[in-house]
Design a protein around this ligand. Structure first.
Ligand SMILES: [Zn+2]
Length: 285
C-alpha cells in the first residue's frame, strides 16, 4: 500500500479542519495575586522522545493582526527586529530624561511592548480538568527550577505521568518589585501519630493522557514562526516607533490556514503521531 495516500475526510470535516485548527485549544493564564494551580503534563508528541516538557522560546511581541496579538518566534542571530530594537535601546540610553522627556517616554513605552521576551511553555492541566498551554516568564521559571531541587529528594519529578505534582504559581506586585513563586502542593497527612505536610503526588490518569492527543500542544512549535525576510518586513515598516499596520497585515495574511487562529501557531501539531514520554527531563535544569 502506498503510505502517501490517506483516508479522505468528509466535506464537513474538511471545512472545520481548515478553519481554526486549534479553535478549541486552551491557553492558560497566570493571574496576579491569586493561586494558579496546575499539573504539568508529560513530554508529548515530538518531545516525547527527548523528554522536554517545558520549552524556552524567545518571542517578539507588539504586532496585532485581525485584532489579536501576534507574537512570533525570534529567528535568531541576524534577526532584523532584534537589530532594530537594539538601536532603539542605544538611543534611549543616550537620552537625558529631563531634557527630552517626550522622546524618552516614547522610546521607553515602545521597548516595554516590543523588547524580546523569553517564554517558557508547558502543557498543563488546570483544576477544572482543562488541558492547555501554560506559559511562564523567566523569574517564575527560576522559582520552578529551585522547587524541583527541593522536591527531587522525595523522588518527585515534575511532569511525570506516574507521580506528577500540582504546582501553585503565584505572581504578586508589579515591575521590579514583583515576586514570583512556583511551589509544589503539600497536603496534611498523619505520619506516626503526628500531622505532617506531605507532597501530593498525583499520577496522571489514562483519560488525561489520551486527551492530550487532541488537546495538548506540540511544544516544538508554540508560537508563529516567521522567516528572516518576513521579520525584516516588519522591522522595516516601523517608523517613529510606530508599527505600520499594512505591513503587519501583509505578513500575517500570507501565513495560510492559521490566519484566523489565536496568537499561537500549532500548525505542525501531529496528533496522530503523538506519544507520551515517561521520563521528563529538561536541558534547562
Ligand atoms: Zn529577534
Amino acid at each position: 500500500m502506498n503510505t502517501d495516500i490517506g483516508e479522505p475526510l468528509s466535506l464537513a470535516e474538511t471545512l472545520s479542519s481548515n478553519k481554526k485548527p486549534h479553535k478549541n485549544r486552551v491557553f492558560h493564564k497566570i493571574k496576579p495575586d491569586v493561586d494558579n494551580v496546575y499539573l504539568p503534563l508529560p513530554p508529548f508528541g515530538s518531545k516525547a522522545k527527548t523528554g522536554e516538557w517545558i520549552v524556552k522560546t524567545p518571542i517578539h511581541w507588539g504586532f496585532i493582526f485581525n485584532e489579536k496579538a501576534r507574537p512570533f518566534v525570534c529567528p535568531g542571530f541576524g534577526c532584523a527586529m532584534c537589530e532594530h530594537d537594539r538601536a532603539v535601546k542605544t538611543t534611549l540610553d543616550s537620552l537625558n530624561k529631563s531634557t527630552d522627556p517626550e522622546l524618552y517616554d516614547l522610546l521607553k513605552s515602545y521597548l516595554d511592548v516590543h523588547q524580546l521576551k523569553i517564554t517558557f511553555s508547558m502543557n498543563a492541566l488546570d483544576q477544572k480538568n482543562q488541558i492547555g498551554l501554560l506559559s511562564i516568564k523567566k523569574r517564575m521559571f527560576d522559582s520552578l527550577v529551585q522547587e524541583e531541587r527541593n522536591v527531587s529528594k522525595y523522588g518527585i519529578k515534575f511532569a511525570s505521568s506516574s507521580n506528577g505534582t500540582w504546582i501553585n504559581f503565584r505572581k504578586s506586585g508589579t515591575g521590579t518589585q514583583a515576586t514570583f513563586s512556583a511551589v509544589a502542593l503539600r497536603e496534611d497527612k498523619e505520619v506516626e501519630g503526628a500531622i505532617a505536610q506531605v507532597l501530593k503526588k498525583s499520577p496522571i490518569s489514562a483519560e488525561i493522557l489520551a486527551r492530550m492527543e487532541s488537546e495538548a500542544f506540540d511544544l516544538s512549535r508554540t508560537a508563529t514562526i516567521l522567516s528572516f525576510e518576513q521579520v525584516k518586513q516588519l522591522a522595516n515598516s516601523i517608523e517613529d516607533y510606530e508599527v505600520n499596520q499594512d505591513a503587519v497585515d501583509a505578513v500575517f495574511s500570507n501565513l495560510g490556514k492559521n490566519d484566523e487562529t489565536a496568537s499561537f501557531d500549532t500548525s505542525s501539531f501531529e496528533g496522530s503521531k503523538a506519544g507520551i514520554g515517561n521520563d521528563p527531563l529538561s536541558k534547562y535544569f
